[in-house]
Ligand binder design. Structure first.
Ligand code: SAH
Length: 295
């Protein structure tokens, strides 16, 4: 990890010329499917993967570069791989922008968080492709596009994107929590599988992010002690959104969740009054299932 990468949150750099205003959610009649990966795109990405692999090997803490030559040669290699890592993240954010995410703050956050640090070493060459990847215990790290898309929709609130307190259900390896930490003042994240809760803690520790609170528990119950939340994101799909989560949303707050079984859609729920919520269906998606209880 370079000196620059050690500082976290890293300075946010804008990656596209689009305006910082978050785009309005699509009406429910428009159902889009996230672009599937194609062989052509994979081929085009190969070069980036190779760069990512080199960068990942150097950026993973405690992982020394091969001893080839002098200290200054090694330091120059480190600078090169750090730049390579930044450039693949830049390419990933640009790709997400092409897929339709317009919120510059979200794109900048995607460009900043080192996704390869949340993935086991054997898969780190694939860290910046647009796919979900296994993280153990039959769970996955979410596809970068959908991470960005959900955060963009959550930020597109009546408060010009201001988020004091957000809740994530399904910490997994901790990646989305790290992205959220760059767009919200306080991030709470719940995971029901103990070893994954521990994995997220150890993935996030080297990044020293001060505004994330990880909880081990059943996210279907939410986190009443920290509620209400300006935004809630579910990273796992249930047949319906748990009622406790609707209750823990601020008035004006936005909840974004995949809903369904085999056929899933991304839903936006906005609380517009004490007893009133609106529901908009955004696009098709694919997530691991939301399950009750803890393991
Ligand atoms: N946020 C992750 C995605 C993790 S995958 C990322 O950054 O990529 C979804 C996670 O939701 C899994 O780890 C799964 O164990 C968890 N999950 C499923 N049901 C849950 C529940 N009721 N409470 C908390 N976590 C849950």
């Amino acid at each position: 990890m370079s000196e620059k990468d050690k500082r976290f949150p890293l300075p946010l750099a804008s990656v596209v010329d689009s305006p910082s205003r978050a785009s309005r959610a699509q009406p429910s009649s428009v159902i889009k499917v996230a672009t599937p990966q194609t062989a052509t795109r994979n081929a085009a990405l190969n070069q980036q993967h190779n760069q990512a692999r080199t960068a990942a090997l150097a950026d993973i803490p405690g992982r020394a570069l091969p001893k080839t030559g002098s200290a200054s040669a090694q330091s120059s290699i480190r600078q090169d791989v750090s730049r390579a890592s930044e450039s693949v993240r830049h390419a990933m954010a640009a790709r997400i922008a092409k897929q339709g995410v317009r919120d510059a703050k979200v794109l900048a956050a995607m460009q900043t968080v080192p996704r390869h640090m949340f993935i086991e070493q054997g898969l780190s060459s694939q860290a910046y492709i647009d796919a979900s990847l296994p993280i153990g215990h039959h769970q996955t790290i979410s596809q970068p596009y959908i991470v960005a898309r959900m955060i963009e929709v959550m930020r597109d609130n009546a408060n010009a994107g201001k988020l004091d307190r957000v809740l994530e259900i399904g910490t997994g390896c901790g990646y989305q929590a790290a992205v959220l930490s760059l767009v919200a003042k306080e991030v709470y994240s719940i995971e029901r599988i103990k070893p994954l809760h521990e994995l997220a803690k150890s993935n996030l520790r080297p990044l020293r992010i001060a505004n994330i609170r990880l909880h081990y528990g059943d996210g279907m119950l939410g986190l009443p002690q920290a509620a209400p939340f300006d935004g809630i994101i579910l990273a796992a799909a249930g047949l319906e959104v748990p009622p406790a989560l609707l209750e823990q949303l601020c008035i004006g707050g936005r909840l974004v969740a995949p809903v369904g079984d085999r056929h899933q859609v991304l839903q936006l729920i906005e609380r517009i009054g004490k007893f009133e919520w609106t529901n908009t269906t955004l696009e098709a998606c694919h997530f691991v299932p939301l399950r009750p209880g803890i393991v």
